[in-house]
Design a protein around this ligand. Structure first.
Ligand code: NAD
Ligand code: LMR
Length: 326
């Protein structure tokens, strides 16, 4: 049996975590042979509910779950952690954009970044989920210079999965036949869900749909799906977000499938003309616990213009919160 790894999770008494933690503990994220220790962070008033979550985790008798630590002290939660899932943050309500959360949530990520910088394993792999996820990841990165910036990522896998579903429904095809879906940019309404390089059972997806559907229906449908869920549910997506986090981390740690790629918001190296250092969603392949941006894709002017719009939004978000990093 492998040695247990430590998974720190913030916002652990919230909606997403009520699905996420059980899937981590059952082996869904890191594999059926990988024992885990959950190090769960909450704000003090939520500790009682967090204790109930711990009771339920224990009552599942998961063979891979070695320990559950509940705390309101970030330095305890991140001590020695191998993975950090940064979920704890305010969700948006109806009529709000995710960037409207920046004022409140940005502070959480500057504070946690400083703590992580002091106590965490510098190789810790981080997935930021709390919105606006890309800019919160940027804030965290700037406050944690001891960490490798390649290990600070943000979640766009939920958007990727939403895009796969929409294409499968439109073309009446199996989701497992859909490969090479791409989400470019920000986890916001400027994101660019892109089927230009996608295949369905080996054939080009763009040959199976009208361009007008791809550009005028598919892109806004995926980009606004979060708001659609909020409209129907009254609160933001939770189980599908948890599933996206599981998929994101599993791909990163255990690798992507041959011939396929996934979407992850990662530290831009300037690929596709995007400003270096922004946390921008790209198509990536993963191997041996590391990601590589898929390069050399030929993008239409339509897609390039949209990618630049999303970059501009990320630059603006960053510039409005520069007080949160040096
Ligand atoms: P929730 O309100 O149900 O849970 C959030 C939890 O975070 C609460 O229990 C709260 O007490 C806790 N929290 C607040 N500040 C904290 C801090 N400083 N440290 C630790 N914990 C803290 O919300 P939720 O539905 O679980 O969503 C969490 C976040 O994830 C929101 O910002 C939401 O917008 C975002 N989200 C992102 C995606 C994505 O794809 N990137 C998808 C869904 C939701
Ligand atoms: C989502 O995409 O479902 C989340 O980012 C929550 C939201 O505010 O839309």
């Amino acid at each position: 049996m492998k040695q247990p790894v430590r998974v720190a999770v913030t916002g652990a008494a919230g909606q997403i975590c009520y699905s996420l933690l059980f899937r981590i503990a059952s082996g869904g994220m890191l594999g059926n042979d990988q024992p885990v220790i959950l190090q769960l962070l909450e704000i003090t008033p939520a500790l009682k509910v967090l204790e109930a979550v711990k009771m339920e985790l224990n009552d599942c008798a998961f063979p891979l779950l070695h320990d559950v630590v509940c705390t309101d002290d970030a330095s305890v939660a991140f001590k020695g952690a191998d993975y950090g899932l940064m979920v704890g943050a305010k969700p948006r309500g109806p009529g709000m954009e995710r960037a409207d959360l920046l004022k409140d949530n940005g502070k959480i990520f500057s504070t946690l970044g400083k703590v992580i910088n002091d106590v965490a394993n510098p190789d810790m792999k981080i997935c930021v989920v709390g919105n606006p996820a890309n800019t919160n990841a940027y804030i965290l990165m700037k406050n944690a210079p001891n960490l490798n910036p390649r290990n600070i990522t943000a979640l766009t896998r939920l958007d990727h999965n939403r895009a796969v579903y929409q294409l499968s429904e439109k073309t009446n095809s199996s989701m497992s036949d859909i490969k090479r879906m791409t989400i470019w940019g920000n986890h916001s309404t400027t994101q660019v869900p892109d089927i230009s390089h996608t295949t369905i059972a080996g054939d080009a997806a763009i040959d199976k749909v009208d361009t007008s559907w791809a550009n005028e229906e598919f892109i806004p449908k995926v980009a606004k799906r979060g708001a659609e869920v909020i409209g129907a549910r009254g609160s933001s997506s939770a189980a599908s977000a948890a599933n996206g986090i599981i998929d994101h981390m599993r791909s990163w740690v255990l690798g992507t499938n041959e011939g396929d790629w996934v979407s992850m918001a990662v530290h831009s190296d300037g690929s596709y003309g995007i400003e270096e250092g922004l946390i921008y969603s790209y198509p990536v392949t993963c191997k041996n616990g590391d990601w590589t941006i898929v390069t050399g894709l030929d993008n239409s002017d339509f897609i390039v213009n949209k990618m630049k719009e999303s970059e501009k939004e990320l630059q603006e978000e960053r510039d409005t919160c520069s007080d949160l990093f040096a």
